[in-house]
Design a protein around this ligand. Sequence first.
Ligand SMILES: Cc1cc2nc3c(=O)[nH]c(=O)nc-3n(C[C@H](O)[C@H](O)[C@H](O)COP(=O)(O)OP(=O)(O)OC[C@H]3O[C@@H](n4cnc5c(N)ncnc54)[C@H](O)[C@@H]3O)c2cc1C
Length: 588
Amino acid sequence: MQVHTVDVVIVGSGGAGLRAAVEIKPPYTCAVLSKVHPLRSHTGAAQGGVCAALGNEEEDSWEWHAYDTIKGSDFLGDQDAIELMCQDAVRAIIELEHMGMPFSRRPDGRIAQRRFGGHTRPENPSDPNSKRIPVRRACYSADRTGHAMLHTLYENALKNGVRFFSEFFVTDVIVHNGSCCGVVALDIRSGQLHVFHAKAVLFATGGYGRVYQVTSNAHAGTGDGMAVVYRRGIPLEDMEFVQFHPTGLWRLGVLISEAARGEGGILRNKDGEPFMERYAPTVKDLAPRDLVSRAIVTEIREGRGIEARDGTFYVGLDLTHLSEEVLREKLPEITGFAQLYLGVNPRKEWIPVQPTVHYAMGGIPTDVDGRVVVDERNTVLRGMWAAGEVACVSVHGANRLGTNSLLDLIVFGRRAGKAIVEYLQAGAAWEELPADVLDFSRQRIEHLRSSNGPERLAPLRRTLQKTMMDNVGLFRTDQGLRETTSILADLRECYQRLHLDDRGDAFNTELVEALELENLLDVAEAITYSALARTETRGAHAREDYPQRDDQSWLKHTLVVRDPDHAAPQITYKPVRITRYQPVERKY
Ligand SMILES: Cc1cc2nc3c(=O)[nH]c(=O)nc-3n(C[C@H](O)[C@H](O)[C@H](O)COP(=O)(O)OP(=O)(O)OC[C@H]3O[C@@H](n4cnc5c(N)ncnc54)[C@H](O)[C@@H]3O)c2cc1C
């Protein structure tokens, strides 16, 4: 058994993992593990922007940003954490600029900003109660913001001497005597299991979009970090809140950034009607994602969708009135995507779009310094942190606003990194490793390698993804959710009888996909049971059988804990932290 002893191990090299890694400087040693090359992390695909109330284009304030985020979250976000994030945002952007991030600029040289869904300001800035209209708050690097951010952070982490272990697939987290003391990882190249023994562990493994059939997420978005901790009895928070982005390319789910609407794009139904005016009369196409996604599906359900050759339906994203300069300078990537994937020229035709699974609002519960907390009383698990999409602080509540995720990464990634350094400085030591540290991972891998059952990977994954899309998607019902729990139980049994063709050690990608499928199944279970329990409609969680928000019973966070015997998981709740904004009806 190969054991690497380091002060800190970070799992995941997206924006959150790298931003934390930048804080870990010598004499402390830091290993960053990633199942793909760091620069292939999904953060690199982020398009539209990262927001902060810089006020470069028009008057803005972090308090308006905080209120938008709270309202966008359908009042489920923790207000203390949201205030902290929005207040710190301005500093975080300037810091990124100083690290070398190439932002798009205004003619006067300052960072340019554009509009994004749900970000508003009072029409009359001196009257906070005046109508809220869209504000330019998103900083961006054309429509390649995440790419610029990921490269900037990677270079800064390298400079500090962080060690990267690429193509290491983490299979387990080691918790011993009440402390987290490392992880187990499969070296994909050799097929050997390695132990990373550390004083502090940070999970920054991103989201789980691949649980669903149509998603904007990379193939690596299989919820591994959430599944690993869930299997070890650590709770997951608010898993029922799955964000659909309104504008994925029809059938493919490839993202067309909200920046397209931020720059003036308009959604149209088959009659050419700009239908968002009916659903959100003030902010129209710049309403939050949960509302726009449901509006699109409602248009299609009521017969106003555009029929495709194969009998499925979509709506049109109209950019034909935008200038050549805007398309070329501000939206080059997505203009190319429409052409490349669907053969559509956005200068002349509407882009066919449909909602696509995009973002996990829920995840591993943490405090505002990224410490993992394991119960309703927020008891800290010593030695363990989480940040980024895998974590639930919770700043996004029931629905995240666009550009708030990249912000979450750089604010809470940094805070987690700093908290880890303080923990080390206070004299944290290496906990002893348990004797059976590899058993859990080894048994699963050996079973997969030797099983001769009749089941194949791809069909199982397809059934899972289609079931989740149909039953645990934008609209949910008690019946559909119950049906899903039994399909998931069947799939889990089938999984035990999986047959792999590749029994080798080196680069056994089939084995990796099988381990990912187990993670998808675990995450799907957590989502479905959490959704079944919540009998109200809030943010991204829309129950057709309970169409109203119910603050009396449901203004609380879900915690779902795996039952070791594989029966239904346990569900408990913890209160939402409210500072100054009492919930009101959400209108746009
Ligand atoms: C197409 C697209 C566009 C987006 N645009 C925007 C935008 O404009 N603005 C915005 O704010 N947000 C945007 N988002 C959301 C945002 O990009 C993500 O939420 C965010 O980048 C996630 O960052 P992360 O650091 O948490 O994880 P990721 O960047 O997803 O990185 C996860 C890391 O974990 C590693 N990992 C995962 N599992 C394992 C394992 N088992 N073992 C080892 N390593 C593992 C991966 O290799 C990877 O390095 C967009 C998302 C998508 C999909």
